[in-house]
Design a protein around this ligand. Structure first.
Ligand code: 13P
Length: 287
């Protein structure tokens, strides 16, 4: 069932668990995540970056594929189709293309401009029944070999953005996209606690879910995190299983080169990764 993310996140926050937002790249990814959510009776969010949307030939293709897949696979758990780290224009396009949820990442603008643009998009999203995530404080990560720590969000700025009527708030607390470096200092729980106090009731979003130790994930959930984004970990699981299949020469046995066979270990790898995260986040049987 395609729904916006508002109710599923309110419920998660109230009951003390988090909903996983898993990025999709193609049909196999989408099918793997939807089936895993259904098998585990878990709500789920499908994240689509602007790059992945382009790769899949556009947001309209993505919406059509996800809607049809939900119907043909009889997916009855709540599913949100969500733009991940959207630009102002990208968010508008996704609202028009039938996404049920969007993120506008205005964290690289001044706080004034972030507020102005977020406010406009909140109105546009809500008038279409779509949920919206905004961001304060950048999420670090590796870009061209340079690892940024990410800017820790200011709690007062978080409140200004939360008060615009958004449905979920991504706040940088030392989290990073991709693998964490060996010298990573961990999540900034002091900052998270302040943000939680100032934005009371707002479901918080933790980006960069890959590689965050279990105890930190659990603590973050206890401090108001209700949505956790995971991307790289599923990619690694897919790549590892595919590499193993080829290294074992299985593509050369019989019809092992058939893409439906060749991509199957990776597909199962994604399923296992998603299930593990759903267990850790506590969303199983919460649909
Ligand atoms: P990871 O790739 O580190 O899991 O981060 C995912 C993410 O935050 C997508 O917005």
């Amino acid at each position: 069932m395609l729904v916006n993310a508002t109710e599923m996140l309110k419920k998660a926050k109230a009951e003390g668990y988090a909903v996983g937002a898993f990025n999709i790249n193609n049909l196999e990814w989408t099918k793997a995540i939807l089936l895993t959510a259904q098998e585990n009776n878990s709500p789920v969010i499908l994240g689509v970056s602007e790059g992945a949307g382009k790769y899949m030939t556009g947001f309209k293709t993505v919406t059509a594929m996800v809607k049809a897949m939900i119907e043909e696979l009889n997916i009855t758990v709540p599913v949100a189709l969500h733009l991940d780290h959207g630009s102002y224009e990208g968010a508008k396009k996704c609202i028009e293309a039938g996404f049920s949820s969007v993120m506008f990442d205005g964290s690289h603008y001044s706080i004034e401009e972030n507020i102005e643009k977020t406010k406009e998009l909140v109105e546009y999203a809500h008038s279409n029944g779509i949920s919206i995530e905004a961001e304060v404080g950048s999420i670090g990560g590796e870009e061209d070999g340079v690892i940024g720590r990410g800017e820790v969000a200011d709690a007062d700025e978080c409140k200004l953005i939360a008060d615009l009527g958004i449905d979920m708030l991504a706040a940088g607390i030392g989290n990073i996209h991709g693998k964490y470096p060996a010298n990573w200092q961990g999540l900034d729980f002091v900052a998270l606690e302040k943000i939680k106090e100032k934005t009371e009731g707002m479901p918080l979003v933790l980006h960069g879910g890959t590689g965050i130790p279990e105890d930190m994930i659990k603590k973050a959930i206890s401090l108001g995190v209700a949505k956790i984004n995971v991307n790289t970990e599923c990619q690694l699981a897919f790549a590892e299983a595919t590499r193993k299949y080829i290294e074992e020469g299985k593509d050369l046995q019989g019809k092992g080169f058939d893409p439906r066979k060749l991509l199957n270990p990776g597909f199962e790898g994604i399923k296992a990764c998603v299930k593990e995260k759903m267990q850790l986040f506590g969303s199983i049987n919460k649909a």
